[in-house]
Write a protein that binds this ligand. Structure first.
Ligand SMILES: Cc1cc2nc3c(=O)[nH]c(=O)nc-3n(C[C@H](O)[C@H](O)[C@H](O)COP(=O)(O)OP(=O)(O)OC[C@H]3O[C@@H](n4cnc5c(N)ncnc54)[C@H](O)[C@@H]3O)c2cc1C
Length: 428
């Protein structure tokens, strides 16, 4: 079959890979100039490796993507970087039961209570009954109000904003259940990995059109895609099947023939954006080797500070120290439109609390936005999550809003790609 795939993120790339392996002809349309989507990468002069605009790593139990890496023979680096939390203006390592026991900002009773509450989630493999509960009351009740206010509320509110109260316990469960202390990263960066996958698809006759935005498509028996390669005329191609991997709001924009009831269903699903300010420094930001710092303070305008070079070796980046100052917010939030100078001014007092002299070591900075970064998972999401089939014949949807109960990630994008490829192959 001839299959058109819209989007060369990890879902599009992996569906192209698995379909091409089955002997289908795939054509991937991507509006960016390279593959990777949200996990794309960029390279500064003198860097050997690329860096993701938004911090990325894999957990060591991310089976789908790790077995794909093995299959295409892409080297993966595994390390155990340090994860900490910023509480009452101080950094505390909080990434194991031992470090929790040493965390003196909570009473011993509350530390044990929190440990037990997390263990209950971590060792319970059954998530379905949890989806009808909200996460917030569970955290308050099981861990106690003090622990909730000190640690979890700031994290939930800083990440999810007004949706913090809406998310389901199954979403929270998945984050605890899946977390591993050791993390993995593809040699060369996520862009290198994406290019490797692209090469594998091309080896089997697949084609990639970059700088190519799909502007609309229509569907009778054979869907037709209208696209525009930068600075050229609109073109149309017909396919046996089409896979749409773009976020649902963009799907609605390009699929003019979708019925109103389906659009209403998709519009009910919420997704918030991410903003990451990458600082290139000539000196380390953290003095204690922390990789990931969660800001447990409701007043903090920052959700997390991630020193990538405390995970991957700085020699790959011309010996620079790289940090992400990260945040999630709705794309309509005024901070989403701030320049990097405005954002740095907002973040500066908080960055100085951790490293009072960081500003003297800034080489450069870059600001990145992703309007569709984090789906909001309300209670009973399994009942409202869209399926692969759409009302348009032979047009399939496989996107970030179909990852559940797991938190979205490239591992699950690969899983989606594999599953949609199987469905289409079997529909032949
Ligand atoms: C801040 C942040 C941190 C994250 N951290 C991690 C992490 O640590 N580990 C991890 O595994 N994952 C992480 N993720 C999630 C991960 O990046 C995504 O889950 C995954 O990349 C989604 O892939 P996708 O292919 O489904 O979607 P996308 O990556 O969004 O791909 C969709 C593609 O479609 C293209 N497109 C859109 N419209 C059109 C059009 N009209 N025509 C043609 N092309 C179009 C886009 O340019 C894009 O390339 C993170 C994401 C963010 C934002």
């Amino acid at each position: 079959m001839k299959i058109g795939i819209i989007g060369a993120g990890f879902t599009g790339l992996s569906s192209a890979y698995y379909l091409s392996k089955k002997g289908h002809t795939v054509i991937v349309f991507e509006k960016d100039d390279k593959p990777g989507g949200l996990a794309v990468g960029y390279k500064e002069e003198k860097w050997d490796w690329t860096l993701e605009p938004h911090y990325h790593h894999w957990f060591t139990n991310d089976k789908s993507v790790l077995s794909l890496a093995k299959e295409i023979n892409h080297k993966v680096i595994i390390k155990r970087p340090k994860t900490s939390s910023f509480v009452n203006n101080k950094i505390y390592q909080l990434d194991s039961p031992i470090s929790l026991l040493r965390f003196t900002k909570l009473s011993l009773f509350n530390r044990i209570r929190m440990g037990i509450s997390l263990a209950v989630l971590r060792y319970n493999p059954i998530w379905k009954p949890l989806e009808k509960f909200h996460a917030e009351p569970y955290l308050k009740k099981m861990m106690g109000r003090i622990t909730y206010e000190k640690l979890w509320k700031p994290l939930m509110v800083n990440k999810l904003g007004k949706y913090a109260k809406n998310v389901s316990l199954s979403w929270f469960w998945a984050r605890v259940y899946k977390r591993t202390s050791s993390l993995a990263y593809p040699q060369g960066g996520f862009l290198e990995f994406s290019k490797h996958l692209e090469k594998e698809v091309k080896k089997r006759g697949g084609k990639f059109y970059y700088n190519t935005e799909v502007t609309k498509f229509s569907s009778n028996n054979k869907p037709q895609i209208s696209y525009k390669i930068q600075n050229t005329k609109y073109q149309i191609q017909q396919f046996d099947r089409v896979i749409v991997t773009v976020p649902s709001p963009l799907f609605i924009k390009i699929a003019k023939e979708l019925p109103a009831s389906y659009i209403t269903r998709l519009n009910r699903l919420k997704v918030i954006g991410a903003v990451n300010l990458v600082l290139r420094l000539s000196k380390p930001f953290f003095t204690d080797g922390t990789y990931w710092l969660s800001m447990c303070d409701l007043k903090s305008p920052i959700l997390a500070i991630v020193e990538h070079t405390n995970f991957m070796d700085k020699k790959n980046y011309n010996n620079e120290y790289l940090i992400y100052v990260g945040n999630y917010m709705e794309a309509s939030d005024p901070r989403f439109k701030m320049s990097k100078e405005e954002l740095l001014k907002l973040y500066d007092p908080w960055l100085k609390k951790i490293n009072p002299n960081y500003q003297f070591s800034i080489i450069n900075s870059q600001l990145f936005h992703a309007p569709f970064a984090q789906p909001i998972i309300p209670v009973n999401y399994s009942k409202i999550m869209p399926g692969f089939n759409t009302p348009l014949k032979n047009v399939y949807l496989a996107n970030i809003q179909q990852v559940y109960p797991w938190d979205r990630g490239t591992n699950y994008a690969v899983e989606l790609g594999k599953n949609i490829a199987k469905l289409i192959d079997e529909s032949n």
